[in-house]
Design a protein around this ligand. Structure first.
Ligand code: ADP
Length: 244
């Protein structure tokens, strides 16, 4: 949570948010599977004003070799923000935030990927944030799942992600940048809809136990909506007219 902007109305008297959405309304989400010729799998997502491209490579040999595991494959994730992805130019050096988000996305994907099927190899997931507007880790995790599926990596389920949060003492779905900065709580959730397992749950802010439960419920329901769009992206590429 950033410094609060007292002048910003995050929720008006009609229950409408600063970007015109209702409390339980996600931003516009568009997912495309494929698109990168040189990657084994890829996906592009627009999640509100977030624009993120993901390329997946592998399973492939691990260099240096001592990093490989004879019992299992390994997943490596790099989340990277372009310097032009935010209003004020971001320092191109890898930030602590990018390192943290790479780690949480990797850990959120690991339960979904059948790494034991390809020992001694690595699957690399490269995430490029072209434009950021709050919620990039959820949008990136969602797109990374689609890119892994597009690469034909065996998976137990896809991970779908969206944030719940709190503004003006009200639980909301899909926190945007202003709500993240000036609101009361932001809870990114990653969820495997078929296995009914949460693989990412973070919380920035303070919630009562009731609000916490409500956020998880609202977030998980949001993930189920996201899951339908992930499936549609893969269906469009492999069975529809959207392939390339
Ligand atoms: P997430 O993108 O997953 O919500 P954060 O809560 O850390 O992750 O970031 C919230 C938002 O803050 C980002 O989506 C982005 O719009 C903005 N942001 C992040 N890093 C920077 C930066 N270095 N400069 C300007 N804005 C940033």
């Amino acid at each position: 949570m950033g410094g609060r902007d007292a002048t910003m109305v995050l929720l008006d008297e009609n229950g409408i948010r600063c970007d015109g959405r209702k409390v339980d309304e996600p931003r516009r989400i568009m997912i495309k599977a494929g698109g990168l010729k040189n990657a084994d799998g890829s996906a592009y997502i627009e999640f509100g004003d977030n624009k993120i491209l993901v390329g997946v490579f592998g399973p492939r040999d691990v260099h240096p070799k001592h990093m490989s595991d004879t019992d299992t494959g390994i997943l490596r994730v790099r989340y990277h923000m372009e310097p032009f992805s935010v209003g004020e130019r971001k320092n191109p050096a890898p930030s602590r935030r990018e390192i943290e988000i790479s780690k949480v996305i990797k850990e959120a994907l690991e339960p979904a990927v059948m790494l034991d099927k390809f020992p001694r190899t690595a699957v690399d997931v490269f995430i490029e944030v072209l434009q950021a507007d709050g919620g990039t880790r959820c949008a990136a995790l969602t797109a990374a799942s689609v890119a892994l599926a597009d690469a034909g990596i065996p998976m137990r389920d896809m991970v779908s992600a969206i944030a719940a949060g709190k503004v003006a003492d009200t639980v909301i779905l899909d926190v945007n940048n202003e709500e993240d900065q000036a609101g009361q709580a932001d809870m990114p959730i990653g969820y495997m809809p078929n296995l009914e397992q949460i693989t990412l749950l973070q919380l920035d802010g303070i919630l009562t136990p009731e609000e916490y439960k409500k956020c998880v419920e609202v977030g998980v329901n949001g993930c189920k909506l996201v899951y339908e769009l992930q499936k549609k992206a893969l269906n469009d590429k492999y069975f529809g007219n959207g392939g390339d």
